[in-house]
Design a protein around this ligand. Structure first.
Ligand code: C2E
Ligand code: MG
Ligand code: MG
Ligand code: MG
Length: 282
């Protein structure tokens, strides 16, 4: 009996593994045509100034509504796009859409100053990226300083010297750079002063813990202080509760992004917030 049970488990395991592999391969071929089929689009999540409560920018977040599988998380498809190289076409699409949208919001709303786009770790140290961004800035006509590129802390850890060079090349375009998911990796604070970045985004997991853990609260406070000493802007990611909001405000963070203000929205829902004059403190 034990033997047959073992075999069944094994079969079950293999079937599951096969399903995973088949899904992975199928997603890859679906992703290759997703752009042409117009299944990819952007949502925008507001960034809010903690002093004034105003919407000062947005982060563009990619969405895939696959005809075959429905909504698929970027956490699942971005890695596939990176491994296959499809990420290059996708990022070009994201940059074009985001900059076009930014042009409209910058013109219509004086508080809106920054559109952030996530740049994959496999792309950011590549010279083709500099060319692509230059071309998109030209065609969208937005001032370069209104575009912000988010690079995860994790992507720059492996080779800090190369990362510094890549960031400097991007900075020559006049765009802003920010370190995403900050606090989770080990990009040591000693490197921070050499990175030509404009802001830090304190990672969501970290923000969640500042309420339950006094030590984390102190560490977060010191990150904010250090960032300000280096003249960097600090954004708290994933703020969900009033308690978290109170704490990050007390720490002196400059901006927040999170469900407490808004989830990522379609462009029309985002525009509607301006019409409603939505503020963090209203
Ligand atoms: P990220 O750049 O750190 O983006 C923030 C993620 O946190 C988003 O997830 C956002 O919806 C989520 N978030 C924001 N506020 C809250 C909150 O209060 N609570 C919770 N639980 N979550 C919150 P999303 O949209 O699923 O994106 C996941 C990741 O996928 C992004 O993390 C980014 O690394 C990647 N990604 C998304 N769009 C793109 C893209 O256009 N290009 C690339 N290369 N990566 C992208
Ligand atoms: Mg991001
Ligand atoms: Mg992040
Ligand atoms: Mg993330």
């Amino acid at each position: 009996h034990a033997k047959s049970k073992g075999r069944n488990n094994y079969q079950f395991y293999t079937e599951q593994l096969n399903e995973k592999i088949v899904r992975r391969m199928d997603l890859e071929s679906e992703l290759r045509v997703a752009l042409d089929k117009q299944e990819l689009f952007l949502n925008y999540q507001p960034k809010v100034n903690l002093q004034t409560g105003e919407i000062v920018g947005a982060e563009a977040l990619l969405r895939w509504d696959s005809g075959k599988y429905g909504m698929i998380s970027p956490a699942e498809f971005v890695p596939i796009a990176e491994e296959t190289g499809i990420i290059w076409q996708i990022t070009e699409f994201v940059l074009e859409q985001a900059c076009q949208q930014a042009a409209e919001w910058i013109e219509a709303h004086p508080s809106f100053q920054s559109m952030a786009v996530n740049i994959s770790g496999v792309q950011f140290n590549h010279s083709d990226l500099v060319e692509t961004i230059g071309a998109v800035l030209t065609s969208s006509k937005i001032p370069p300083e209104n575009l912000e590129l988010e690079i995860t802390e994790g992507a720059i850890i492996d080779n800090a010297e190369e990362a510094i060079n890549a960031m400097q090349r991007l900075k020559t375009l006049g765009v802003k750079l920010s370190l995403d998911d900050f606090g989770t990796g080990y990009s040591s604070l000693s490197y921070l002063k050499r990175f030509p970045v404009d802001s830090l985004k304190i990672d969501r997991s970290f923000v969640a813990e500042i309420v339950s853990d006094k030590t984390d609260l102190k560490i977060a406070g010191n990150i904010v202080k250090l960032a300000h000493d280096l003249s960097l802007n600090v954004v708290a990611e994933g703020v969900e509760t009033d308690e978290q909001l109170k704490l990050i405000k007390a720490l002196g963070c400059d901006e927040l992004q999170g469900y407490i203000f808004s989830r990522p929205l379609s462009k029309s829902d985002f525009s509607a917030m301006f019409t409603q004059n939505k503020s963090l403190y209203s």
